[in-house]
Design a protein around this ligand. Sequence first.
Ligand code: TXE
Length: 480
Amino acid sequence: MKYIKNYIAGELQAPTLNQHIDNVDPSRGVVYSQIPDSSAEDVEKAVESAEKAFPGWSNTPKDERAAIMIKIADIIESRLKEFAEAESLDNGKPVSLASHVDIPRAVSNLKFFATAIQHFAAESHYMEGVGVNYTTRKPIGIVGCISPWNLPLYLFTWKIAPALAAGNCVIAKPSEITPMTAFMLSEVCAEAGLPAGVLNIIHGLGHKVGDAMTRHPKIKAISFTGGTNTGATIAKIAAPMFKKLSLELGGKNPNIIFADCDFDKALSTTVRSSFANQGQICLCGSRIFIERPIYEKFKEAFVAKVAKSKVSYPSDPEAKLGAVVSKPHMEKVLSYVDLAVEEGGTVLTGGTQVKLDGEYSEGFYIRPTIIEGLAYDCRTNQEEIFGPVVTITPFDTIDEVLMMANSTEYGLASTVWTENLNTAHSVADRIHAGIVWVNSWLVRDLRTPFGGVKNSGVGREGGFEALRFFTEPKNIFIKS
Ligand code: TXE
């Protein structure tokens, strides 16, 4: 049994109260490691070490900070296979996905922000005959990063990389459901020469560690990705303390497919945007609206393709879908299939658990599921399911599809499929979402603003937006 440790003051440490939580391999349904059930005392220790480290780290020249971050990235890259296998074991995702997406992206996040900080500049505002304003942007101090289980190291590094590059000291909490690669990262940081206390990784439960971080008066900003309800809890605590907050929350993303689209591209990308990572990506499209003239043709082709998608154990190179992250999550997702049927939907394919053989027989596998015949405003079409379940709905006009697409409380991402430039522009303009992909999905340029509107969050990550979040501007005026 492997025991994961906290990373505080540059050292791997057991939690103060020496209590642990089981960590389950979702592909087999068995406990395979123990993680610290840390408490407020551990957060306190981390804050003390970050406080000691801050003057040194914030005054370290940018290029030296960047060099250490690039070294961390290089070490992860040199151990890519090991990291990918660990991510897959912890999360249930296919090893091929972790090898091609999760771990390479974690490496890119570190390299991107290590270089971005060297191009980051603040403004100056000249006032004719009066003087000049110049703005400095200094690190905030100690910041907190809280991340979820769906893309563990990918989202963990997406937060800590800009925070560290900007010169902050970080207290970071990975999801208790997928802690392994964050633990491996702590070993890499020590090897790469990151000074003690600059990054502290505390493992444990959200309502203990995450809550203690949110309440700690010396943690001046919280960057969070996870469920909308958790985001609301964090905001309630942090707002009266005037902490800076970046919240990346849930989604219920629409895919809008017009009759004039490139059919084959729309079809193959929609299979991916529906079921990649078992549908557990906040950017997955879960409500697919298809223009009526191609509805039946698209439906038939989509169902045929999805029914053939192989659900298998993560190391199977043929696996298109692996296990979902946990038993409670599998039960939640399947309960939405029952709800959809109660609401009058028809399951066209999937809708059930998959039982694999042998050592994987207790794993948490769900067949990719397509449902039709539901009203746009029923619960199945309004609530985030976050699993391999999508609905399909026909539409007749642009106004109608926009009304349906914009009807949820969320507004994270969307896709539009059409060969008509005017349609693409006008629909993209009218969708309530932070991100619109036209004739594509999940094409990511790390410089672009990333985040959602409505209950999908507050603030934007990515590029200079993230560096602005993790710095405080100060304007200085000099009279001429
Ligand atoms: O998220 P949580 P969970 C959605 C998805 C999923 C649901 C719940 O719908 O089914 O959220 O997933 C920490 N104070 N998304 O349970 O609970 C927690 O320990 C501070 C969307 O994983 O929000 C973990 O590190 N922190 C999504 C992190 O918050 C707290 C990605 C996320 O956990 C806390 C994942 C508290 N009170 C799930 N409670 C996306 N948009 O990418 C929990 N945490």
